[in-house]
Each structure stands twice: as structure tokens, then as C-alpha cells.
Design a protein around this ligand. Structure first.
Ligand code: 5AD
Ligand code: FES
Length: 345
């Protein structure tokens, strides 16, 4: 194991069998080593800096029906909301004044926001805040829409692949196809976006073999950003009685991702902060280098409910800004409020 971890650290590459061996045989002392290597690697590429992104959850309407997700179309008790163009711009204004230079516009798959509406929002944000980057995270759309968003000024796009193993993917995504998702990711890359993929850890039935597939998929896709968080149940979904993913396994997956794709931007996610009060700090120590505090109006935060017990739902953007800075500094990192583009560019 020691040799394998060292090889991963030095060459950022191991075989499928070796990855499986690492996952199957992880223990406390190897974990320490793994996290140290991951931390060293993020420092090598990004120094001690943690990038901040302001997250705007602008609609929880969704036409998809992912089994794990609280805003799935079949959830008839979810209260649905949409932010207006002006409300979205207000969130940006608050965020910009707090120092944010990346806005992440996230929603369910809500086609109320057609290409034209989305492009107007993007152009208006860009014309007011020219030095800020815009990240879109609105699910699967066709090539022409992605292209139009890019031309309107969007810089980045997050679309987690969710599960690279076809079996697992099909189990949780009725009416969706992994091949389609991969095509979307390839389209986004070709158009010129900085692209983010990623997956959940601890989905029901997920095996170490599945997780190895996720890592190898990411290695091959080589995205700029990678979102990884634990699966957490939501009370109004078919998976409500399933166990959550664990913090421990999530940290291992973050660290392995840092070593396999050493220059990626790797968020310490809200979900990891939800399973453990110190989860986000621990994720930074395991190789993560981005945090995405919430800029959504507090009256909708609770409604953007993908899983139960989401943190920060009652906290104003200004509060989170200070809170997260303290947390980042408590584990020896410093906040970077710049755009935080991939070092690859
Ligand atoms: N638990 C954890 N993460 C979830 N997501 C959706 N539902 C859940 C859940 N129940 C993740 C998906 C999605 C991202 C925005 O949130 O990976 O891509
Ligand atoms: Fe929101 Fe700590 S980051 S309260």
C-alpha cells in the first residue's frame, strides 16, 4: 500500500486494480498518508489558497426524477420557486459587494428559463460585473443552448456525471441515459467551458468497483472542476430510508481525486458540511480547495432542498462569508476572493 500511495502521489496515475486495492485496504494510518499527499498536491498547484464561489439557487423546479433528490419532479410536496431576473441580479450585487468574483447559477432542470432568458441574465450580470466569472449548473441542454450560454458570457459549467457505472446510473435516473450525460460533458468541453463533473459517495448499492469507475472516468475526462459529496437522504424521496454516505469515504474519494487529477478545482461541498460540523474543514485537509457559500435569498434556501438538514439555510450571505473564512483559516488556509480559474488555463 505504501508504494501504491507513493506512486499515486508522484505519478498521478495507478491502474484500475491498484485503485480497487487502495479502496479495499484503506485503514487509519494509510488514510493519514493519503490525506497528507493530497494536501501537499493541492498546495503545489494552488498554494494555501481556497477559492470562494457565491452559489445562487435560482429555481427548484425540475423535470427530472432522480431517485435521491428532494426536488425531483415526482415530489409533489416540494414548494417550488423561481427567482426573477432582478432577484438573481440582486443576489449578484450582494455577492459582489461581499467580494465574490464567481457566481454559480444553479437550478433544477427548469425549461421555464429558455435559452433567451438565460442569455439575458448572463449578459446582464457580465455587463455589471465584468471581472466576475459565471458558472452555470442547470443540467442537460442541447448543444446550441450550451453554445449560446457560452457566447453570452458564461465561463464554466457544472454537470456532475453522478455515477460512471451504467448499472448504478440507470438505477437512480429514470428516463435518463449516462451516454447522454457524457455527450453533454463533451459538448461543454468542446464549446470552451471550464467544465465540472463529479459524483456522490455512498449511494445505495454503490461498491468500491463503482467508485473506481468514477475515478477512472474523471481521469479520462480530465475536467477542470470536480464536485464530490456524500449521498444524503431526503424525506420525500423513494430512498428516504437508505443510509447516508460517510464522511470518511467522502474524504478518501476527495483525496484520491486530488492525486489523480492534481490540478483540478475541488469543492469542499455543502453536503460534506452537512454530515459533519467540521466536514468542510476536513475536506480542505484532504485536498479540496474551493468552497461555495450560499447567496440565495434566505427565504428560498430551505426550499432548495436536495437532501435533509442542509446547513446555512437561515444564514445571511454576509454571515456565511465570515463564518467560512474563519473555518478556512482555522485549518491553516487562506481565502482567495479572485475568480479562481483553473491553473490549467
Ligand atoms: N444527497 C447528496 N447530494 C445530492 N445531490 C442531489 N441530491 C442529493 C442528495 N440526496 C447532488 C447531485 C447533484 C448536485 C447538485 O447535488 O450530485 O448533481
Ligand atoms: Fe453559512 Fe457557516 S458557512 S453559517
Amino acid at each position: 500500500m505504501d508504494n501504491l500511495l507513493k506512486k499515486l502521489y508522484e505519478k498521478n496515475k495507478v491502474s484500475e486494480d491498484e485503485l480497487l486495492y487502495i479502496l479495499d485496504n484503506m485503514n487509519e494510518s494509510y488514510k493519514e498518508k493519503l490525506f497528507t499527499y493530497a494536501h501537499e498536491t493541492s498546495k503545489r498547484y494552488y498554494d494555501n489558497r481556497i477559492y470562494m464561489r457565491g452559489l445562487i439557487e435560482f429555481s427548484n423546479h425540475c423535470k427530472q426524477d432522480c431517485m435521491y433528490c428532494g426536488i425531483r419532479a415526482s415530489n409533489k410536496v416540494a414548494h417550488r420557486y423561481r427567482l426573477t431576473h432582478d432577484q438573481i441580479l440582486q443576489c449578484c450585487e450582494i455577492g459582489y459587494n461581499l467580494g465574490y468574483r464567481t457566481f454559480v447559477l444553479q437550478s433544477g432542470e427548469d425549461f421555464y428559463y429558455d435559452t433567451e432568458k438565460l442569455c439575458t441574465i448572463i449578459k446582464d450580470i457580465k455587463s455589471k460585473y465584468a471581472d466576475a466569472a459565471i458558472t452555470m449548473s442547470i443540467g442537460e441542454r442541447d448543444y446550441d443552448t450550451y453554445k449560446a450560454l457560452y457566447e453570452a458570457g458564461a465561463d464554466r459549467y457544472l454537470l456532475r456525471h453522478e455515477a460512471a457505472s451504467e448499472n448504478l446510473y440507470n438505477r437512480f435516473h429514470p428516463g435518463m441515459k449516462l451516454s447522454n450525460r457524457i455527450e453533454c460533458l463533451n459538448n461543454l468541453k468542446e464549446i470552451g467551458f471550464q467544465v465540472g463533473a463529479g459524483f456522490m459517495v455512498g449511494l445505495p448499492y454503490q461498491t468500491n468497483e463503482d467508485l473506481v469507475e468514477d475515478l477512472l472516468f474523471l481521469k479520462k475526462l480530465n475536467p477542470h472542476m470536480i464536485g464530490i459529496g456524500p449521498y444524503l437522504p431526503h424525506k420525500d424521496t423513494p430512498l428516504k430510508d437508505e443510509n447516508s454516505g460517510t464522511l470518511e469515504k467522502t474524504l478518501i474519494m476527495l483525496a484520491l481525486t486530488r492525486l489523480l487529477i492534481p490540478d483540478c478545482l475541488l469543492p469542499s461541498t455543502t453536503a460534506v458540511g452537512t454530515i459533519d460540523n467540521k466536514g468542510r474543514e476536513k475536506a480542505l485537509q484532504a485536498g479540496a480547495n474551493v468552497v461555495m457559500p450560499n447567496l440565495s435569498p434566505t427565504n428560498v434556501r430551505e426550499l432548495y432542498s436536495l437532501y435533509d438538514n442542509k446547513i446555512c439555510t437561515g444564514d445571511e450571505a454576509a454571515h456565511c462569508r465570515v463564518c467560512i473564512q474563519k473555518r478556512i483559516e482555522s485549518v491553516g488556509f487562506e481565502v482567495d476572493m479572485g475568480r479562481g480559474d483553473s491553473v490549467r488555463l
